[in-house]
Structures are given as structure tokens and as C-alpha cells.
Design a protein around this ligand. Structure first.
Ligand SMILES: [Cu+2]
Length: 385
């Protein structure tokens, strides 16, 4: 049973070397090997905070998380777009095929604090699926976990593809598989998550991810980032103990996200926090335009510096930092901040950007993924940066 074998493989922490060699006879393992490629570069185990970040150290979770052991680095999750395997159908439509395997895996969500997660492809959040409006999406889903799961996408699709219990294939049992298929619409910043019951348990255990559909018309050039606001109930009392974006508490406070002064930043923001009615995002020292759900090319809110989202609500923030410096971003619920949901941007002049990347274990490839992530050529207009 490949479920057992997968667990064994993961226990060996040998994902990167797993590849297609030892996994060739294991459909699931082979899929995992391929999906691991985007996360093969390990950050420094104990990276040095960039200049200035240490001044906030007094209220931060102490220590550092072993991202290599976790199998994902929150800094890299910011730009880890998964475009699937693209091909062209007879009717000219682009087909994108993705492989998603659900399985149980312990992850470190704060230094020394481990959470028995349920994951898509071994990471929380799951892979960031990215495509163009109108593409045909085909997701080969395997449940190698310990409970029935599903893939429920936010978007237009038939009832059979909705991924809920008792409709279409319903819950996908342990060791079973199903292929979800639909056209990608509408464009925007969307998500997918497990919809098995009890729903709050299946979501808060980690079964969710981003689903970004680029508009055919494109958006102006920008540095793009993905943040999923999430939280973890580590003692299963129905309340969260750790809050974060992209799963690791205070990670971006210890390793500030490099930005360039004057550039347009486009942030895809999703709230999947369970148990709390709302989560929020506040940017220091700048204001942003907001595109609710990302489903419009014109902002739905202009010149705000705080946005709140209920669970599954999401949107796109566009902003520019005028001056270099260290700028905080965080939930504006103080409790969340103290429990992990606070980060920093390290805004620098262009000539200092390579050093800012290096300070947090990133490189030019990260810059490239961040600035050229769209599946559509950017539009040039007066807003473009
Ligand atoms: Cu589930």
C-alpha cells in the first residue's frame, strides 16, 4: 500500500533525493518527487536577520525553524507558483495538469513547536496553483492520508467537481484517487481546500492552498507575493495557539522580505484561519489599493492601509514603498501579532537588493519568480512599475 510507503519515505526525510528513481514504481512518491523541485534550495538553517530586524526581537518567538527538515521555506512559498504540466488541447485551449497527494506530516510551525498536519504535497499551505483565465484545469488527486479528503475549489465548476461529501465522487477515501477537471474562471485570487467533514478540523489541520487565475488581459508589471494567513490549534481545544502567514510564526520578522523602494508590489492575500471569525492585514507607512477576490482589474478599495477578511475571503493588495527602511506588516488583532502573525519588509534601493536577498537566504532566481510570476505578459500603463 503506497500510503505506508509514502510515510516511510517521508520519515527518512529523503524527499529531494527521492526523485523519480526510487519512486518510479510508486505513483504517489513520483509525484511528490516532482513537486519537491520547487523547494530544493534550502535556506540557511540559522539565518542572520537583516539589518534592523533584531530591534523587534524582544516580542518574537525565540529560535529558528528547520525549514530544510520541514521541506518548505516560507520565504520561498511567497513566490512558489505551480504552473502544472501545460499542453494544448485539440480545440486550442491550454490544459494544465497538477498532481496533489494528501498525506499526514508533522511540520514545525514555530521554533521547537511541531504540529501533526494533514497536507497537500507535504506542505502547508499546499502548492500555489497558477494558470490563465480560460485554461482547462485537471488535478490528479491521490489521498494517501489517514482520513477521507477532497479538493474543493473556489471558482465556477459543475456540482460533480465541487469536492464536497455525497455529491459526485464525494469524499475520496484513504488510498483512493479522483481527477477534478474544470475551466479556470473567473480570474482572481482564489483558494482550494478540503471539504470533508468535520470541515473545521480538515481545514485547520492544513489542507488548503492558493489558486491564482491570471486575467487574459494581464496586470501591470509588479513584484508578486503570496501570503496565506493561517493558524494552528496545537492542543486541539478549538482555539489557535500560533498565528502566521505561510505557516511559520514570526518567520518574516526574523527574515524580512526584500523589496525595492519605488517598485509596485502585488500581494495575493488569503485568509484560511479557522476558529477566529476574521483575520486582518495592516501595512505600516504606506497605503494600498485592494481588489476584492482579485476578480476585477480596477480596485474595489483605494488608499487603505488595513483590510480584514473572514475565512476564505481573499484579495489583491497593490502598494509601493517610497523610502528604504524596515516596515512592519501584521494582523491588527494584537493577540495574533504576539502569537506569530507579524512580519517585516526590508525595503532597499535597487543597488542593495542582491545583498538584501542574500541576507535572508534568497537569490536572483527568487527575484525572477517574484517579478515574472504571471502566466500572462504584463500590460504596460501608467500604473506599471
Ligand atoms: Cu480532509
Amino acid at each position: 500500500m503506497f500510503q505506508h510507503q509514502l510515510r516511510h519515505l517521508w520519515a527518512r526525510r529523503d524527499l529531494l533525493r527521492l526523485g523519480l528513481g526510487s519512486g518510479a514504481s510508486l505513483a504517489g512518491a513520483a509525484l511528490l518527487g516532482r513537486h519537491a523541485e520547487a523547494q530544493t534550495e534550502s535556506p540557511p538553517a540559522h539565518s542572520v536577520p537583516a539589518h534592523g530586524a533584531s530591534s523587534h526581537g524582544g516580542s518574537l518567538l525565540v529560535g529558528s525553524v528547520d525549514h530544510a527538515k520541514n521541506g518548505f521555506d516560507p520565504l520561498r512559498l511567497l513566490v512558489d507558483w505551480d504552473y502544472g504540466r501545460a499542453s494544448t488541447l485539440e480545440n486550442g485551449q491550454t490544459l494544465r495538469q497538477y498532481d496533489i497527494v494528501a498525506f499526514d506530516r508533522e511540520i514545525e510551525i514555530a521554533p521547537g513547536l511541531f504540529f501533526p498536519a494533514w497536507t497537500y504535497n507535504g506542505r502547508v499551505p499546499g502548492p500555489t496553483l497558477r494558470c490563465t483565465e480560460g485554461d482547462r484545469i485537471r488535478i490528479h488527486f491521490i489521498n494517501a492520508g489517514s482520513h477521507p479528503h477532497t479538493l474543493h475549489f473556489h471558482g465556477f465548476h459543475t456540482a460533480e467537481m465541487d469536492g464536497i461529501p455525497n455529491v459526485g465522487p464525494g469524499e475520496i477515501g484513504v488510498g483512493e484517487r479522483f481527477t477534478y477537471e474544470f475551466d479556470a474562471e473567473p480570474f482572481g485570487c482564489h483558494l482550494y481546500h478540503c471539504h470533508a467533514v468535520p470541515l473545521k478540523r480538515h481545514i485547520h489541520k492544513g489542507l488548503y492552498g492558493a489558486f491564482i487565475i491570471d486575467p487574459k488581459a494581464g496586470r501591470p508589471p509588479a513584484r508578486e507575493l503570496l501570503m496565506v494567513m493561517n493558524a494552528f490549534d496545537t492542543n486541539f481545544d478549538g482555539d489557535n495557539e500560533i498565528y502566521a502567514v505561510n505557516s511559520v510564526g514570526h518567520e518574516y520578522a526574523k527574515r524580512p522580505i526584500p523589496l525595492i523602494a519605488g517598485e509596485l508590489v502585488r500581494l495575493y492575500l488569503i485568509n484560511i484561519t479557522e476558529f477566529d471569525p476574521v483575520n486582518s492585514m495592516h501595512l505600516h507607512a504606506t497605503f494600498f489599493d485592494y481588489y476584492d477576490h482579485g476578480t476585477s482589474l480596477e480596485p474595489t478599495l483605494r488608499m487603505v492601509d488595513t483590510i480584514m477578511q473572514c475565512q476564505a475571503q481573499r484579495g489583491i493588495l497593490e502598494f509601493t514603498y517610497r523610502w528604504p527602511g524596515q516596515y512592519m506588516f501584521h494582523a491588527h488583532q494584537t493577540e495574533f501579532v504576539e502569537l506569530g502573525w507579524m512580519g517585516m519588509f526590508n525595503v532597499v534601493p535597487p543597488e542593495q537588493f542582491p545583498a538584501a536577498l542574500e541576507a535572508v537566504g534568497l537569490d536572483a532566481a527568487w527575484d525572477e519568480r517574484s517579478t515574472h510570476g504571471s502566466t500572462v505578459a504584463p500590460v504596460q500603463n501608467e500604473q506599471g512599475g
